[in-house]
Design a binder for this molecule. Structure first.
Ligand code: ADP
Ligand code: MG
Length: 653
């Protein structure tokens, strides 16, 4: 790794300012001090005046300036929101949860009273709640039951630079609600659009020339290093960099590492932990934390714990830590330059979750994480030339994703996606394909215009990809609802199978006990059935190389799905051992994934005649008749997960 001339440990150490975590102060006074120090606090009065004056306001400020945590409190304290609620949307579930917890603490309130959060499958709000942090997906769902969002007086669309599909759709919907409320003499709806960095003109134009407020940033200089050449093994390069920094930087100068996903992060965490225990490893005590969307929230909160004196924190994160969450104390950033993102391929109906290069804008965001409190350092695991080749800005998700769910949501609001006021229009083919899929699923019919069928209306009740809502609804007809709910819940969690590095074969042998010749879904179901009948669940999972945390999560998702089914008047039913019925149900939603085996052992999808392969990393147990996640054989599209909830947008809601 080429750290440049100025980057030898002795020279970069000189630049490092002392960092104190203030751990000896009491919590309340620490919070008060932290709050008073934030850039938004300095302009509080001006901000409150502007919010009072305007119905739409665009607020831009660097990550960590206090927008998400403070501005809703200002609005509440100034009485702007009256007796209605303030909604603050977050693209990510983890941000909604951790920020609501933080704000409740700052306001000295119990979570769920004044401050609460709503994310998919979890709602902590009550009749007392005035500040409601929620995922953009959940607010979108609320518009389906309350078309004028009558419980809210202020909607804050936060992290807008992320341009998630849900945020993009909300842009159009809140604009529409604002107008219709004004026309019908209902109380006005204030809309605040907040973002770290964005194309201000584009937003201003879309929001009818709304006022823009820019908060003064307080970024310290960050020295950036690139690798001399492109890295073929960025994971190894990252590991080396962590220890280079660790062995030479003063204690309490923490490191934030950007990686792509849970598996990579957990592997890296165990490597770092084991290397740091070796007697040759110098440097202060090393504490490793992980941060990704599917991590339970208590675990996520651990990253905020101040680093004990004479130790160092290493946080391994996905792009969650890019803008949604600011961890104090970071002095070093190591950037893999990669992100896992969902891409849709119109024409095939296939969604692909693939590791892709970040944009230059994202690279700068990540770099900025090192300069929050004093000057910092960013080590990029890619060369300057790689950087120049990156896209300048991230392509909005709406232009690269499967729109079936969005089109369905819009239809339930009586909006036809083809004429919707999108800030950036999705490709025509994606919309066309979504309509096509919904029709095939039986969700829509066309008389004089496209509208939802009764089945389509029912599908809207589930916060799932329409294909999986369809499967659940079929299951109630076929008499296998219990089984299908378990399968959908299990698919929603990260993999329940575990492969510890040195025991892959043992793990495989152990998993084989559960395998079914009816396919992977049935294998998962068998695991879950045994799990439910075992009393010492954790021990059993450990002995069988299963991830107990992921199964527990699936069980809690299942409970929520059962609840939703009850609300839709679907009665519980089981097919016992007649599991072939379950497969028939799965086909009701996943017919796009049917592929024919060719003589040359290749598969071609029946619907789109696309050459596909069976996903190599899914289940490794070879069986003749199974439903596989498929992936296109084009080399640049390596992975496809067929998963109702787990894709990035879903995962976080
Ligand atoms: P912005 O939205 O402008 O990015 P935030 O309001 O999220 O800023 O954060 C403001 C500050 O509050 C950050 O510097 C962050 O370190 C701190 N903060 C946010 N959440 C927590 C938390 N859970 N624990 C400790 N500090 C937090
Ligand atoms: Mg924020």
């Amino acid at each position: 790794i080429d750290n440049g001339a100025s980057s030898s440990p002795s020279s970069w150490n000189k630049n490092v300012n002392g960092y104190s975590n203030g751990s000896n102060k009491s919590q309340a006074s620490t919070i008060a001090a932290q709050k008073s120090d934030l850039p938004v606090t300095l302009v509080k009065n001006r901000l409150v005046e502007e919010i009072k004056k305007r119905n739409t306001l665009i607020i831009i400020g660097e990550t960590g300036s206090g927008k998400t945590t403070q501005i809703p409190q200002f609005i509440h304290e100034a009485g702007i929101s009256g007796n209605k609620m303030i909604a603050i949307t977050q693209p990510r579930r983890v941000a909604a949860v951790s920020i609501a917890q933080r704000v409740a603490l700052e306001m000295n309130a119990k979570l769920g009273d004044l401050v609460g959060y709503t994310v998919r499958f979890e709602d902590t709000t009550s009749s007392l709640t005035k500040l409601k942090y929620l995922t953009d997906g959940m607010l979108l769902r609320e518009t389906m039951t309350d078309k004028s969002l009558s419980n809210y007086s202020v909607i804050i669309l936060d992290e807008c630079h992320e341009r998630t599909v849900h945020t993009d759709v909300l842009f159009g919907i809140v604009k529409k609600i604002q107008t219709s409320r004004a026309q019908t003499n209902k109380p006005p709806l204030k809309v605040l659009v907040m973002s770290a960095t964005m194309d201000v003109d584009h937003f201003k134009q879309y929001f009818n020339d709304a006022e823009v407020l820019c908060l003064e940033g307080r970024e310290h200089p960050v020295t950036v290093f690139h690798t001399a050449t492109s890295q073929t093994d960025y994971v190894h390069a990252t590991l080396v960099s962590v220890f280079q920094i660790h062995q030479s930087a003063p204690p309490n100068h923490d490191i934030l590492v950007f990686l792509t996903g849970q598996e990579e992060i957990e592997n890296m965490a165990s490597k770092i932990r084991s290397v740091s225990k070796s007697p040759q490893c110098k440097g202060p005590e090393l504490k490793v934390y992980t941060l990704y969307a599917s991590l339970p929230s208590q675990k996520q909160m651990e990253v905020f714990r101040p680093t004990p004196t004479n130790s160092r924190k290493v946080i391994l994160a996905t792009n969650i830590a890019e803008t949604s969450i600011t961890v104090p104390g970071i002095k070093y950033v190591i950037d893999s330059g990669l992100v896992k993102q969902k891409t849709h391929h119109p024409g095939t109906g296939l969604d692909v979750l693939k590791v892709a290069s970040i944009s230059q804008a994202q690279a700068w965001q990540r770099t900025g994480r090192a300069g929050r409190e004093s000057e910092g350092f960013c080590y990029r695991m890619f060369s300057e030339e790689d950087f120049r080749r990156m896209n300048k800005n991230t392509v909005p998700e709406i232009q690269r994703t499967n729109l079936a769910s969005t089109v369905l949501t819009l239809l339930s609001l009586d909006i036809n996606a083809t004429s919707f006021d999108f800030m950036d229009k999705p490709p025509k083919e994606s919309i066309g394909e979504a309509f096509h899929l919904l029709k095939d699923l039986g969700a829509t019919e066309t008389t004089d215009k496209v509208k939802l069928t009764p089945l389509g209306h029912k599908m809207c009740m589930f916060p799932l990809d329409p294909r999986f809502s369809r499967i659940i609804l079929s299951a109630s007809e076929f008499g296998c609802l219990d089984e299908v709910l378990s399968i959908v819940a299990l698919l929603s969690a990260e993999s329940v199978l575990q492969f510890p590095a040195h025991k892959v074969e043992e793990a495989q042998a152990s998993h084989r006990k559960f395998q079914s010749n009816l396919g992977d879904h049935i294998t998962l179901l068998k695991i879950f059935r045994v799990y439910n009948n075992i009393s010492k669940k954790k021990e059993w999972c450990y002995e069988n190389y299963l991830n107990s945390r992921n199964i527990e999560y699936a069980a809690s998702v299942r409970d929520q799905l059962v609840d939703l089914c009850r609300r839709c008047n679907l009665t519980s039913s089981s097919c016992g051992q007649n599991l072939d019925i379950v497969r028939k149900c799965l086909i009701k939603g996943l017919f796009m994934n049917i592929a024919q085996l060719q003589r040359d052992k290749k598969y071609i999808t029946v619907e789109s005649r696309q050459l596909v392969s069976i996903h190599p990393s899914f289940f490794y147990l070879w069986l003749p008749t199974r439903i596989y996640p498929l992936y296109r054989t084009t080399p640049d599209i390596p992975l496809l997960y067929e998963n109702p909830l787990r894709d990035r947008s879903c995962l976080d809601h």
